[in-house]
Design a protein around this ligand. Structure first.
Ligand code: UDP
Length: 422
């Protein structure tokens, strides 16, 4: 297998330096940072190309030794949203090509692009540099459009076409789970031999169990509350409304619970503009449960670990998740998860072992599942133990090692004689 020395990672629409959990930054940002660090730890240099989104950002930033973030100027800095970025692809690509041209030829061994916009850039860079393109979708328009939440907008045709083109040209498509691999094959016609399943991971050094009391004290949460936690960007796709409506039902059925229940949300608004800033407070007020709801701004990962430790259950009612890192992080901290039985969450959570999977998005069903968890502390403790064990099997080092194999396989195939490639 060829040795991989340098990887060009492309993340056009969101920077690995951004705070995840708000705007356009989420699991993909965490993925790119964690994988890059682990690759650097194995002696592989990683350069991450992202768009310059502020006048004051330096052209390059060293994330850790061996990992460089390169800011590429493409369009105005602050005023663009994700929907405007297809118009900046040429501009961004030319910045990427100019960077490589300043090196000796053959600087990068492989390109790994993330999300379809970056895949488009990777497509042309791959042809120019003669290296393989490995692509990860993270989310796919056709899947999203099949599972639309109420209030969500269908993804545009331009994205569907753009994704189809990336599927056609990529040397390898990395799917987070077997479910995503099937979607690539069935919905996008990807040849199975080019699809590789590589599970994402969790930082087990950051997300580890710890005393609940201490975590609650640090966060200012009551020691005896029953805490149901939601972590992530506030957007219809993640169904925070389902959690609020389920909580309202739980209180209607059992008014005594009011003195103990706390529903906590950690995260900011998504960059897609589909939820207004007062979305959660308005809904909580309309449901008459504003007194049990607490909102917290996006938190850095070490603080998030405290939120998971403080919670009795983490609730992930999303309409779709290609994986759902939040579910894994919570479990690594020993807190069981109640998740929607969709997409990658079916891999991230082991039903009845590390949490519960709930079918559909009916608040009634969610209230029933959450009530059972609230009423049975011994079962929660058992699921908490199962959660720790389940999460321990997912480390970022394993993800990086698998990706290196995928990179090497793609490179070997590219340089194989034509007959072998066919
Ligand atoms: N996150 C964070 N701070 C927050 C909220 C979320 O760092 O306040 C991180 C969280 O730790 C997780 C990621 O954002 O790693 C969200 O990833 P997930 O796969 O759950 O959802 P996505 O954002 O990809 O839809």
């Amino acid at each position: 297998m060829p040795r991989i020395r340098r990887v060009a990672t492309i993340s056009m629409h969101t920077s690995p330096l951004d705070q995840p959990g708000t705007g356009d930054a989420g699991g993909m940002n965490v993925y790119i940072v964690e994988v890059a660090k682990r690759l650097a730890g194995r002696g592989v240099e990683v350069e991450i190309f992202t768009r310059q989104t502020g006048r004051d950002l330096p052209p390059t930033v060293e994330l850790v030794p061996g990992v460089t973030v390169r800011h590429v100027t493409a369009g105005p800095y602050e005023e663009l949203n994700k929907g405007d970025l297809p118009g900046q692809l040429c501009n961004f690509l030319s910045g990427v090509l100019r960077t490589e041209a300043a090196y000796d030829a053959g600087h990068y061994d492989v390109i790994h692009s993330h999300y379809w916009l970056s895949g488009q850039v990777g497509w042309l860079a791959k042809e120019r540099w003669g290296v393989p393109l490995v692509h990860t979708m993270h989310t796919m328009a056709k899947v999203k459009n099949l599972l639309l939440a109420r209030g969500d907008k269908p993804e545009p045709v331009a994205r569907v076409l753009g994704e189809e083109q990336v599927v056609e040209v990529a040397d390898r498509l990395v799917a987070n789970t077997a479910t995503e691999a099937r979607e690539l094959i069935d919905l996008y016609g990807a040849p199975a031999r080019r699809v590789e399943v590589v599970n994402p991971g969790v930082s087990l050094q950051v997300f580890k169990p710890g005393p609940r009391g201490g975590a609650r004290e640090r966060l200012g949460l009551p020691p005896d509350a029953h805490v149901m936690l939601f972590v992530g960007r506030i957007q219809p796709l993640k169904a925070p409304d389902v959690l609020l409506k389920a909580a309202a039902r739980m209180l209607a059925d059992d008014p005594a619970l009011r003195s103990r229940l706390l529903v906590a949300f950690v995260g900011g608004l998504s960059g897609n503009g589909l939820a207004r800033p007062s979305y959660l407070t308005d809904l909580a007020a309309a449901l008459g449960i504003a007194d049990v709801v607490r909102l917290a701004p996006p938190a850095p990962q070490h603080e998030l670990a405290d939120w998971y430790r403080a919670a009795d259950v983490t609730v992930v009612p999303s309409y779709n998740e290609s994986f759902g890192l939040v579910a894994l992080e919570s479990q690594a901290c020993g807190t069981p998860v109640a998740a929607a039985s969709v997409g990658g969450l079916r891999t991230a959570v082991r039903d009845g072992v590390s949490g519960v999977l709930v079918d559909g998005h009916e608040p009634r069903e969610w209230a029933a599942a959450l009530r059972t968890l609230a009423e049975r502390p011994a079962w929660r403790a058992m699921l908490g133990a199962g959660a720790r064990e389940h999460a321990a099997a997912f480390g970022w080092s394993a993800t990086a090692a698998r990706l290196l194999d995928v990179y090497a396989g793609a490179t070997a195939r590219l340089h194989a004689p034509l007959a072998a490639r066919l």
